[in-house]
Design a protein around this ligand. Structure first.
Ligand code: AMP
Length: 480
């Protein structure tokens, strides 16, 4: 992995054929020198324009920095500001600037914001501040409830809240399925003020009378559109019916599909609508390339790349759990230490795998799409799509695991003959051709497909996705 060998792989983009890392370095060099000289056949000018477009997305954040809006300006108290400075946060993000003052007033909010925008702090800081002004909870009836769609996201939110409330006496409990409820029930007995939960296990514990939510002062519905995608809408409606009528509600969603709009119309009281044009605080510089390779050779190609490229930390995406296990086993037998996360793994196993990956104990994590949702590991250098994503949007979610916190990232896509339509979909969605790597040892015998016609209308496989995509396209494509 971390050998400094020159890459043997070559890429083809138009007519040019150069070594992969050289291509990337060259592109960066050209960008740094602000030179628009165009090497033969390579569209550096486009790369520069994209880079500039990406930076203009961050204009709003830069404006905040220039205007020096600070967390103190948002009326957050000293304990919280100290915790934020411990986290290394200097300036609030656009969603934080817009949401925090309104949330502190106890008003309802409907916000369009994605992972990466700083939305967790946007809703949790006001909750912490309002609760820290009250006496510590003496009953096991919590005061704030945050619902999120997945176990991983729930843990992540809880972890952020733990950091942000470090200098307060606020307690919280995390509730999700897939693990024994014993610890959760014990923690509920410690009178936590905040509950962060997935809907199913929360309803279970309510039914068993371990928790009451009739005194919740603030309710947050995070990633509302994902909740809908994952079939939680009825559970959410049940939960909302148990909340007191005067409770403050904040809804956060990447998109507002009709069912979420209807829900918000029904439950929110004169909400403030907030949307941030630049949904992410990170400038994404991801170099994405495609390898045409047939299924029986995909593992060999993976091995080849791991052994010849400088891959510090890679997440490998597989479409199925079975395949994920298989890849993991085969890598392990070649002493490439890795772990797997997918839906059949216990919560405990998933958390252990993530912790090992974060700490650097393992440098390869194999994942399926659902399990990888919300993974926030800042130093992933490579995303390897062992199977092409069948949904173009999933591709964006996958590659978004790299290039976090302002770092660069590389995405490799293994495309076999039956997956070529997926490639077309992705290229049409992002309005860009992926770099074609044609000189690797396992090139498909099938001649490469024609370059995708980016101007032709994007055709979705079903109408629901079509609607969903057209709304999401703008914000997500802007990000990457
Ligand atoms: P989120 O959108 O809540 O998932 O946050 C994305 C990432 O940004 C997380 O790793 C946060 O720790 C980080 N973050 C949130 N707010 C700020 C801020 N104001 N400054 C720097 N990093 C932040």
């Amino acid at each position: 992995m971390k050998n400094n060998k020159a890459a043997k792989t070559k890429v083809e983009n138009g007519n040019a054929v150069v070594g992969l890392p050289q291509f990337i370095n060259k592109t960066k060099l050209e960008l740094n020198n602000n030179s628009i000289n165009q090497p033969e056949g390579m569209n550096i000018k486009n790369e520069i324009t994209e880079e500039l477009q990406e930076s203009s997305q961050n204009e709003e954040l830069l404006k905040n920095v220039e205007n020096k809006i600070t967390f103190t300006d948002l009326n957050l108290n000293e304990d919280i500001i100290k915790a934020l400075s411990n986290q290394g946060y200097t300036y609030p993000t656009p969603i934080q600037i817009k949401a925090i003052p309104i949330a502190l007033e106890g008003k309802d909010i409907l916000a369009t914001a994605e992972t990466g925008s700083g939305k967790t702090a946007a809703f949790s800081l006001p909750i912490i501040q309002r609760l820290s002004m009250q006496k510590p909870n003496k009953s096991n009836i919590p005061k704030a409830l945050i619902l999120s769609p997945t176990r991983e996201l729930t843990s992540q939110i809880a972890n952020s809240i733990k950091n942000y409330s470090k200098f307060t006496k606020i307690k919280q409990v995390t509730i999700y399925g897939g693990v024994s409820q014993k610890n959760q029930v014990n923690e509920l007995r410690q009178n936590p003020e905040i509950v962060v939960a997935t809907p199913g296990r929360l309803l279970d514990l309510i039914a068993q009378k371990y928790i009451k939510i009739n005194q919740i002062q603030t309710f947050v519905l995070d990633e509302a559109d994902k909740m809908l995608d994952m079939g939680f809408i009825n559970d959410i409606k049940k939960i909302i019916l148990m909340l007191p009528t005067n409770c403050q509600i904040m809804m956060f969603s990447a998109t507002i599909p009709p069912q979420i709009k209807e829900l918000s119309d029904n439950i929110l009281n004169k909400p403030t609508l907030i949307s941030v044009d630049n949904p992410t605080m990170e400038v994404k510089t991801i170099t994405s390339s495609v390898f045409f390779v047939e299924k029986p050779d995909k593992f060999k190609l993976l091995l080849h790349l791991i052994r010849t490229e400088e891959i510090d930390k890679a997440i490998v995406f597989s479409r199925t759990k079975h395949n994920a296990n298989n890849i993991a086993k085969k890598l392990q037998s070649r002493r490439i230490y890795n772990d797997v996360i997918h839906g059949n793994k216990s919560q405990n196993a998933r958390e252990k795998a993530l912790a090992k990956f974060k700490s650097g104990e393992i440098s390869v994590l194999i994942a399926t799409d659902i399990a990888a949702r919300g993974i926030d590991v800042t130093d992933i250098t490579h995303v390897i799509n062992y199977d092409m994503s069948s949904e173009a949007e999933t591709y964006l979610h996958r590659i978004g695991r790299t290039a976090r916190a302002g770092k660069d990232g590389i995405a490799y896509n293994f495309c076999d003959e039956v997956e070529r339509n997926y490639l077309k979909d992705i290229e049409k969605l992002i309005q860009k051709h992926l770099i074609r790597v044609t000189d690797h040892p396992y090139v498909s015998n099938h001649s490469p497909p024609e370059m995708t016609n980016l101007v032709a209308k994007h055709t979705s496989r079903n109408s629901y996705n079509k609607k969903k995509r057209s709304k999401r396209t703008k914000s997500m494509v802007q990000q990457y």
